[in-house]
Design a binder for this molecule. Structure first.
Ligand SMILES: [Zn+2]
Length: 433
Protein backbone atom coordinates (compact mmCIF):
# COMPACT_ATOMS: atom_id res chain seq x y z
CA UNK A 1 0.00 0.00 0.00
CA UNK A 2 1.28 3.46 -0.86
CA UNK A 3 0.08 6.67 0.76
CA UNK A 4 0.53 9.52 -1.69
CA UNK A 5 1.31 12.86 -0.08
CA UNK A 6 2.01 16.31 -1.52
CA UNK A 7 5.77 15.88 -1.21
CA UNK A 8 6.35 12.58 0.51
CA UNK A 9 4.89 9.12 0.04
CA UNK A 10 4.77 6.33 2.61
CA UNK A 11 4.83 2.63 1.72
CA UNK A 12 3.21 0.25 4.17
CA UNK A 13 3.60 -3.54 4.21
CA UNK A 14 2.13 -5.87 6.83
CA UNK A 15 1.29 -2.93 9.06
CA UNK A 16 4.82 -1.51 9.01
CA UNK A 17 6.29 1.53 7.32
CA UNK A 18 8.80 0.15 4.82
CA UNK A 19 9.67 3.27 2.81
CA UNK A 20 9.31 7.03 3.15
CA UNK A 21 10.21 9.37 0.29
CA UNK A 22 9.10 11.27 -2.79
CA UNK A 23 7.33 9.46 -5.64
CA UNK A 24 7.65 5.92 -4.37
CA UNK A 25 6.89 3.26 -6.94
CA UNK A 26 5.44 -0.19 -6.50
CA UNK A 27 2.26 -2.18 -6.89
CA UNK A 28 -0.66 -2.28 -4.48
CA UNK A 29 -3.43 -0.09 -3.18
CA UNK A 30 -2.97 3.65 -3.16
CA UNK A 31 -4.38 6.12 -0.67
CA UNK A 32 -4.55 9.72 -1.78
CA UNK A 33 -3.40 11.99 1.03
CA UNK A 34 -2.63 15.03 -1.11
CA UNK A 35 -3.83 18.21 0.56
CA UNK A 36 -3.69 16.49 3.95
CA UNK A 37 -0.98 16.43 6.60
CA UNK A 38 0.02 12.94 7.74
CA UNK A 39 1.15 12.78 11.36
CA UNK A 40 2.29 9.91 13.55
CA UNK A 41 -0.75 8.56 15.42
CA UNK A 42 -1.20 10.12 18.84
CA UNK A 43 -0.37 8.09 21.95
CA UNK A 44 -2.60 9.09 24.86
CA UNK A 45 -0.66 7.96 27.93
CA UNK A 46 -3.45 8.78 30.38
CA UNK A 47 -7.05 7.59 30.01
CA UNK A 48 -9.64 5.92 32.23
CA UNK A 49 -11.78 3.67 30.03
CA UNK A 50 -12.97 1.82 33.15
CA UNK A 51 -13.15 -1.63 31.59
CA UNK A 52 -13.78 -4.21 32.96
CA UNK A 53 -16.35 -3.44 35.60
CA UNK A 54 -17.50 0.09 34.86
CA UNK A 55 -18.31 0.07 31.17
CA UNK A 56 -21.44 2.07 31.96
CA UNK A 57 -18.95 4.92 32.63
CA UNK A 58 -17.06 4.46 29.33
CA UNK A 59 -15.56 1.16 28.09
CA UNK A 60 -12.74 0.46 25.65
CA UNK A 61 -15.03 0.05 22.61
CA UNK A 62 -16.44 3.58 22.84
CA UNK A 63 -13.28 5.08 24.36
CA UNK A 64 -11.00 3.76 21.62
CA UNK A 65 -13.44 4.93 18.93
CA UNK A 66 -13.34 8.45 20.37
CA UNK A 67 -9.55 8.27 20.57
CA UNK A 68 -9.31 7.22 16.92
CA UNK A 69 -11.75 9.91 15.78
CA UNK A 70 -9.44 12.44 17.42
CA UNK A 71 -6.35 11.06 15.70
CA UNK A 72 -5.14 8.67 18.41
CA UNK A 73 -3.80 5.19 17.72
CA UNK A 74 -2.63 3.99 21.16
CA UNK A 75 -3.81 4.63 24.72
CA UNK A 76 -2.47 3.73 28.13
CA UNK A 77 -5.27 2.81 30.50
CA UNK A 78 -4.94 3.79 34.14
CA UNK A 79 -5.29 1.09 36.85
CA UNK A 80 -8.55 2.68 37.98
CA UNK A 81 -11.59 3.11 37.65
CA UNK A 82 -11.86 -0.38 36.21
CA UNK A 83 -13.18 -3.00 38.56
CA UNK A 84 -11.05 -4.71 39.61
CA UNK A 85 -8.26 -2.11 39.62
CA UNK A 86 -5.00 -3.22 37.97
CA UNK A 87 -2.99 -3.94 41.11
CA UNK A 88 -1.88 -7.53 40.41
CA UNK A 89 -1.28 -9.99 37.56
CA UNK A 90 -4.75 -11.53 37.67
CA UNK A 91 -6.39 -8.11 37.32
CA UNK A 92 -3.95 -7.30 34.50
CA UNK A 93 -4.90 -10.47 32.60
CA UNK A 94 -8.60 -9.73 33.00
CA UNK A 95 -8.22 -6.18 31.68
CA UNK A 96 -5.96 -7.24 28.83
CA UNK A 97 -8.50 -9.82 27.62
CA UNK A 98 -11.39 -7.36 27.84
CA UNK A 99 -9.52 -4.63 25.97
CA UNK A 100 -8.27 -6.98 23.27
CA UNK A 101 -11.91 -7.83 22.59
CA UNK A 102 -13.20 -4.26 22.64
CA UNK A 103 -10.51 -1.82 21.52
CA UNK A 104 -10.02 -0.72 17.91
CA UNK A 105 -6.64 0.87 18.76
CA UNK A 106 -3.52 -0.49 20.41
CA UNK A 107 -3.06 0.00 24.13
CA UNK A 108 -0.73 -0.27 27.09
CA UNK A 109 -1.73 -0.81 30.71
CA UNK A 110 -0.58 0.97 33.84
CA UNK A 111 -0.24 -1.02 37.05
CA UNK A 112 -1.07 0.54 40.40
CA UNK A 113 0.96 1.29 43.52
CA UNK A 114 -1.33 0.97 46.55
CA UNK A 115 -0.52 0.13 50.17
CA UNK A 116 0.24 -3.59 50.34
CA UNK A 117 0.76 -4.51 46.66
CA UNK A 118 4.56 -4.14 46.44
CA UNK A 119 5.06 -7.88 46.06
CA UNK A 120 2.83 -7.84 42.96
CA UNK A 121 4.85 -5.18 41.14
CA UNK A 122 7.41 -7.62 39.69
CA UNK A 123 4.58 -9.80 38.38
CA UNK A 124 2.92 -6.75 36.83
CA UNK A 125 6.23 -5.84 35.17
CA UNK A 126 6.42 -9.38 33.81
CA UNK A 127 2.87 -8.96 32.40
CA UNK A 128 4.07 -5.87 30.52
CA UNK A 129 2.78 -2.78 32.36
CA UNK A 130 4.08 0.53 30.98
CA UNK A 131 4.71 1.75 34.53
CA UNK A 132 3.06 2.20 37.91
CA UNK A 133 0.55 4.85 38.96
CA UNK A 134 0.27 6.20 42.49
CA UNK A 135 -2.09 8.76 43.99
CA UNK A 136 -0.54 11.13 46.53
CA UNK A 137 -4.04 12.47 47.28
CA UNK A 138 -7.29 10.54 47.71
CA UNK A 139 -8.27 8.88 44.41
CA UNK A 140 -12.00 8.97 45.18
CA UNK A 141 -12.15 5.17 44.89
CA UNK A 142 -11.92 3.23 48.19
CA UNK A 143 -10.43 0.15 46.45
CA UNK A 144 -7.52 2.27 45.16
CA UNK A 145 -6.18 3.94 48.32
CA UNK A 146 -3.63 6.69 48.06
CA UNK A 147 0.07 5.95 48.43
CA UNK A 148 1.31 7.36 51.74
CA UNK A 149 4.98 8.41 51.75
CA UNK A 150 6.22 4.98 52.85
CA UNK A 151 4.20 3.19 50.17
CA UNK A 152 5.45 5.64 47.54
CA UNK A 153 9.08 5.40 48.73
CA UNK A 154 9.12 1.61 48.70
CA UNK A 155 7.07 1.48 45.49
CA UNK A 156 9.66 3.70 43.81
CA UNK A 157 12.49 1.48 45.07
CA UNK A 158 10.82 -1.52 43.47
CA UNK A 159 9.96 0.36 40.25
CA UNK A 160 13.59 1.49 40.00
CA UNK A 161 14.73 -2.12 40.36
CA UNK A 162 12.27 -3.13 37.62
CA UNK A 163 13.32 -0.21 35.39
CA UNK A 164 9.78 1.12 35.01
CA UNK A 165 8.49 4.67 35.53
CA UNK A 166 6.27 5.74 38.41
CA UNK A 167 3.44 8.15 37.55
CA UNK A 168 2.12 10.30 40.34
CA UNK A 169 -1.03 12.30 40.84
CA UNK A 170 0.76 15.07 42.71
CA UNK A 171 -1.39 16.94 45.19
CA UNK A 172 -0.74 17.15 48.93
CA UNK A 173 -3.38 15.07 50.68
CA UNK A 174 -2.81 16.99 53.92
CA UNK A 175 -3.68 20.27 52.19
CA UNK A 176 -6.47 19.31 49.80
CA UNK A 177 -8.32 16.89 52.08
CA UNK A 178 -7.99 19.23 55.06
CA UNK A 179 -9.28 22.23 53.10
CA UNK A 180 -12.11 20.20 51.56
CA UNK A 181 -13.22 18.82 54.93
CA UNK A 182 -13.32 22.30 56.42
CA UNK A 183 -15.22 23.83 53.47
CA UNK A 184 -17.84 21.08 53.51
CA UNK A 185 -18.22 21.30 57.32
CA UNK A 186 -18.89 25.02 56.95
CA UNK A 187 -21.40 24.48 54.15
CA UNK A 188 -19.18 26.11 51.52
CA UNK A 189 -19.77 23.72 48.60
CA UNK A 190 -19.82 25.88 45.45
CA UNK A 191 -17.49 25.56 42.45
CA UNK A 192 -15.48 28.49 43.83
CA UNK A 193 -15.11 26.71 47.19
CA UNK A 194 -13.92 23.58 45.41
CA UNK A 195 -11.31 25.60 43.46
CA UNK A 196 -10.09 27.20 46.69
CA UNK A 197 -9.72 23.80 48.36
CA UNK A 198 -7.07 22.70 45.84
CA UNK A 199 -4.51 25.53 45.68
CA UNK A 200 -1.43 25.50 43.44
CA UNK A 201 0.83 25.12 46.48
CA UNK A 202 -0.69 21.66 47.12
CA UNK A 203 0.53 20.62 43.67
CA UNK A 204 3.97 22.21 44.07
CA UNK A 205 4.55 20.59 47.47
CA UNK A 206 3.65 17.11 46.22
CA UNK A 207 5.79 17.48 43.08
CA UNK A 208 8.82 18.43 45.21
CA UNK A 209 8.24 15.47 47.53
CA UNK A 210 7.88 13.05 44.61
CA UNK A 211 11.08 14.42 43.05
CA UNK A 212 12.96 13.93 46.31
CA UNK A 213 11.80 10.31 46.59
CA UNK A 214 12.65 9.66 42.94
CA UNK A 215 16.08 11.17 43.41
CA UNK A 216 16.67 9.05 46.50
CA UNK A 217 15.48 5.77 44.95
CA UNK A 218 16.66 6.29 41.36
CA UNK A 219 13.12 5.79 40.06
CA UNK A 220 11.99 7.29 36.78
CA UNK A 221 9.21 9.74 37.59
CA UNK A 222 6.31 10.83 35.41
CA UNK A 223 4.18 13.61 36.85
CA UNK A 224 0.68 13.38 35.40
CA UNK A 225 -1.65 16.29 34.70
CA UNK A 226 0.52 19.17 35.93
CA UNK A 227 -2.01 21.99 36.01
CA UNK A 228 0.05 25.10 36.76
CA UNK A 229 3.09 27.01 35.60
CA UNK A 230 4.50 26.79 39.13
CA UNK A 231 4.04 23.02 39.02
CA UNK A 232 6.06 22.85 35.80
CA UNK A 233 8.75 25.10 37.32
CA UNK A 234 9.03 22.81 40.35
CA UNK A 235 9.41 19.74 38.12
CA UNK A 236 12.02 21.50 35.98
CA UNK A 237 14.11 22.24 39.08
CA UNK A 238 14.21 18.48 39.66
CA UNK A 239 15.11 17.81 36.04
CA UNK A 240 17.97 20.32 36.26
CA UNK A 241 19.47 18.56 39.23
CA UNK A 242 19.37 15.25 37.39
CA UNK A 243 16.11 13.57 38.40
CA UNK A 244 14.79 11.40 35.56
CA UNK A 245 11.41 13.10 35.35
CA UNK A 246 8.88 13.76 32.59
CA UNK A 247 6.10 16.33 32.83
CA UNK A 248 2.60 15.75 31.50
CA UNK A 249 -0.24 18.21 31.23
CA UNK A 250 -3.71 17.73 29.79
CA UNK A 251 -5.44 19.59 27.00
CA UNK A 252 -8.11 20.94 29.36
CA UNK A 253 -5.54 22.81 31.48
CA UNK A 254 -4.39 24.53 28.30
CA UNK A 255 -7.81 25.21 26.83
CA UNK A 256 -9.85 26.12 29.92
CA UNK A 257 -9.34 28.22 33.04
CA UNK A 258 -11.05 28.42 36.42
CA UNK A 259 -13.67 30.83 35.00
CA UNK A 260 -14.65 28.05 32.62
CA UNK A 261 -15.06 25.63 35.53
CA UNK A 262 -17.40 28.10 37.17
CA UNK A 263 -19.29 28.61 33.89
CA UNK A 264 -19.45 24.96 32.80
CA UNK A 265 -19.80 23.29 36.20
CA UNK A 266 -19.73 19.51 36.60
CA UNK A 267 -18.57 18.72 33.07
CA UNK A 268 -15.32 20.62 33.76
CA UNK A 269 -14.68 19.32 37.29
CA UNK A 270 -11.22 17.82 37.61
CA UNK A 271 -8.38 17.45 40.11
CA UNK A 272 -6.10 19.32 40.18
CA UNK A 273 -8.66 21.93 39.15
CA UNK A 274 -8.52 24.39 36.26
CA UNK A 275 -6.31 27.37 37.06
CA UNK A 276 -6.29 31.15 36.70
CA UNK A 277 -5.17 33.00 33.57
CA UNK A 278 -1.57 33.55 34.72
CA UNK A 279 -0.97 29.85 35.47
CA UNK A 280 -2.60 28.86 32.21
CA UNK A 281 -0.45 31.30 30.25
CA UNK A 282 2.64 29.86 31.93
CA UNK A 283 1.56 26.38 30.82
CA UNK A 284 1.25 27.58 27.22
CA UNK A 285 4.76 29.01 27.46
CA UNK A 286 5.99 25.66 28.75
CA UNK A 287 4.42 23.96 25.73
CA UNK A 288 5.99 26.29 23.17
CA UNK A 289 9.38 26.26 24.91
CA UNK A 290 9.52 22.49 25.13
CA UNK A 291 9.51 22.40 28.94
CA UNK A 292 6.54 20.05 28.89
CA UNK A 293 7.16 16.52 27.67
CA UNK A 294 3.74 15.02 27.07
CA UNK A 295 0.15 16.15 26.64
CA UNK A 296 -2.54 13.58 27.43
CA UNK A 297 -6.31 13.70 27.90
CA UNK A 298 -6.89 12.15 31.36
CA UNK A 299 -10.21 11.18 29.77
CA UNK A 300 -12.32 10.19 32.75
CA UNK A 301 -16.07 10.10 32.19
CA UNK A 302 -18.86 9.03 34.51
CA UNK A 303 -22.60 8.46 34.01
CA UNK A 304 -24.75 11.63 33.93
CA UNK A 305 -26.34 10.91 37.32
CA UNK A 306 -22.90 11.14 38.97
CA UNK A 307 -22.36 14.59 37.48
CA UNK A 308 -25.32 16.22 39.23
CA UNK A 309 -25.35 17.54 42.78
CA UNK A 310 -25.91 20.90 44.46
CA UNK A 311 -22.74 20.16 46.48
CA UNK A 312 -19.86 20.54 43.99
CA UNK A 313 -17.57 18.42 46.19
CA UNK A 314 -19.93 15.42 45.75
CA UNK A 315 -19.93 15.54 41.96
CA UNK A 316 -17.72 12.88 40.41
CA UNK A 317 -14.68 14.57 38.86
CA UNK A 318 -13.13 13.93 35.47
CA UNK A 319 -13.07 15.58 32.07
CA UNK A 320 -14.09 13.59 29.00
CA UNK A 321 -11.80 14.94 26.29
CA UNK A 322 -10.04 12.02 24.62
CA UNK A 323 -11.25 13.11 21.20
CA UNK A 324 -10.04 16.71 21.49
CA UNK A 325 -6.38 16.61 22.61
CA UNK A 326 -4.85 16.88 19.16
CA UNK A 327 -7.36 19.56 18.14
CA UNK A 328 -6.49 21.70 21.16
CA UNK A 329 -2.75 21.38 20.53
CA UNK A 330 -3.07 22.27 16.85
CA UNK A 331 -4.57 25.57 18.03
CA UNK A 332 -1.60 26.32 20.28
CA UNK A 333 1.64 24.92 18.93
CA UNK A 334 3.64 24.29 15.77
CA UNK A 335 3.24 20.89 14.10
CA UNK A 336 6.63 19.57 15.16
CA UNK A 337 5.95 20.44 18.78
CA UNK A 338 2.52 18.84 18.62
CA UNK A 339 3.84 15.54 17.27
CA UNK A 340 6.61 15.52 19.88
CA UNK A 341 4.10 16.03 22.71
CA UNK A 342 1.58 13.41 21.63
CA UNK A 343 3.66 10.84 19.73
CA UNK A 344 7.47 10.93 19.77
CA UNK A 345 7.95 11.83 23.44
CA UNK A 346 5.40 9.34 24.80
CA UNK A 347 6.95 6.57 22.67
CA UNK A 348 10.46 7.47 23.84
CA UNK A 349 9.55 7.75 27.51
CA UNK A 350 7.69 4.47 27.65
CA UNK A 351 10.03 2.53 25.39
CA UNK A 352 7.70 1.94 22.43
CA UNK A 353 10.49 1.43 19.92
CA UNK A 354 8.10 0.94 16.98
CA UNK A 355 5.63 3.73 17.55
CA UNK A 356 5.43 7.52 17.63
CA UNK A 357 7.40 8.28 14.46
CA UNK A 358 6.94 8.08 10.69
CA UNK A 359 10.10 6.12 9.96
CA UNK A 360 11.03 2.90 8.23
CA UNK A 361 10.49 -0.01 10.60
CA UNK A 362 7.81 1.70 12.69
CA UNK A 363 4.17 0.62 12.91
CA UNK A 364 2.01 2.40 10.33
CA UNK A 365 0.06 4.30 13.01
CA UNK A 366 -0.97 7.39 11.08
CA UNK A 367 -3.36 10.31 11.33
CA UNK A 368 -4.44 12.25 8.26
CA UNK A 369 -5.39 15.81 9.14
CA UNK A 370 -6.92 18.52 6.98
CA UNK A 371 -5.40 21.68 8.43
CA UNK A 372 -7.45 23.90 6.12
CA UNK A 373 -10.79 22.74 7.47
CA UNK A 374 -12.47 23.43 10.78
CA UNK A 375 -15.27 21.84 12.76
CA UNK A 376 -17.39 22.49 15.81
CA UNK A 377 -17.65 19.81 18.50
CA UNK A 378 -21.22 18.55 18.82
CA UNK A 379 -22.80 15.68 20.69
CA UNK A 380 -23.17 13.83 17.37
CA UNK A 381 -19.47 14.22 16.59
CA UNK A 382 -18.41 12.50 19.84
CA UNK A 383 -17.83 8.74 19.88
CA UNK A 384 -17.51 8.34 23.67
CA UNK A 385 -20.32 6.62 25.62
CA UNK A 386 -21.85 9.76 27.13
CA UNK A 387 -22.10 12.93 25.06
CA UNK A 388 -20.76 15.05 27.91
CA UNK A 389 -17.71 17.16 27.23
CA UNK A 390 -16.61 20.66 28.12
CA UNK A 391 -15.53 20.98 24.48
CA UNK A 392 -19.13 20.93 23.15
CA UNK A 393 -19.54 24.00 20.98
CA UNK A 394 -15.80 24.61 20.61
CA UNK A 395 -14.53 25.21 17.07
CA UNK A 396 -11.17 23.78 16.05
CA UNK A 397 -8.97 24.14 13.03
CA UNK A 398 -7.71 20.83 11.72
CA UNK A 399 -10.06 17.95 10.95
CA UNK A 400 -8.97 14.32 11.27
CA UNK A 401 -9.96 12.61 8.01
CA UNK A 402 -8.45 9.17 8.56
CA UNK A 403 -6.80 7.23 11.36
CA UNK A 404 -4.76 4.11 10.71
CA UNK A 405 -3.53 1.56 13.25
CA UNK A 406 -0.75 -0.70 11.95
CA UNK A 407 -1.85 0.03 8.38
CA UNK A 408 -5.53 -0.73 9.07
CA UNK A 409 -7.93 2.21 8.62
CA UNK A 410 -10.13 2.45 11.73
CA UNK A 411 -11.64 5.90 11.22
CA UNK A 412 -12.54 7.50 7.89
CA UNK A 413 -14.42 10.74 7.09
CA UNK A 414 -16.43 10.90 10.28
CA UNK A 415 -17.14 7.18 10.60
CA UNK A 416 -15.61 4.32 12.55
CA UNK A 417 -14.83 1.54 10.10
CA UNK A 418 -13.34 -1.13 12.39
CA UNK A 419 -14.43 -3.62 15.04
CA UNK A 420 -11.89 -4.66 17.68
CA UNK A 421 -8.38 -5.45 16.47
CA UNK A 422 -6.49 -3.51 19.15
CA UNK A 423 -3.42 -5.16 20.67
CA UNK A 424 -1.47 -4.78 23.85
CA UNK A 425 1.73 -3.00 22.82
CA UNK A 426 4.51 -5.51 22.31
CA UNK A 427 6.26 -6.13 25.57
CA UNK A 428 9.35 -7.23 23.62
CA UNK A 429 9.50 -3.91 21.78
CA UNK A 430 9.71 -1.96 25.02
CA UNK A 431 13.15 -0.86 26.06
CA UNK A 432 13.75 -0.61 29.78
CA UNK A 433 17.31 0.61 29.74
ZN1 LIG B 1 -6.35 10.34 35.60
Amino acid sequence: MIIRGDQTDIRVEDGLIVAVGPQLSGAGDEIDARGLTVLPGAIDVHVHFNEPGRTDWEGAATGSRALAAGGGTTFFDMPLNSSPCTVGPREFAEKRAALERASITDFGLWGGIVPGNRAAMADLAECGVVGFKAFMADSGLPEFPRADDLTLYEGMQEAARLGLPVAVHAESNELVSGLARRAVAEGRTSVRDYLDSRPVVAEVEAIRRALLLAEETGAKLHIVHVSSGRGVAAALEGKRRGVDVTIETCAHYLYFGEDDMIRLGAVAKCAPPLRDAAERKALWRAVTRGDLDIVASDHSPAPPEMKRDADFFKIWGGVAGVQSTLAVLLEIAALERVTALVAANPAARFGLAHKGRIEVGCDADLTFVDLNAEYTVSRESLFQRHGFSPYLGATFRGVVRRTMVRGRTVFLDGRIVAEGGGRLIHAESRIHA
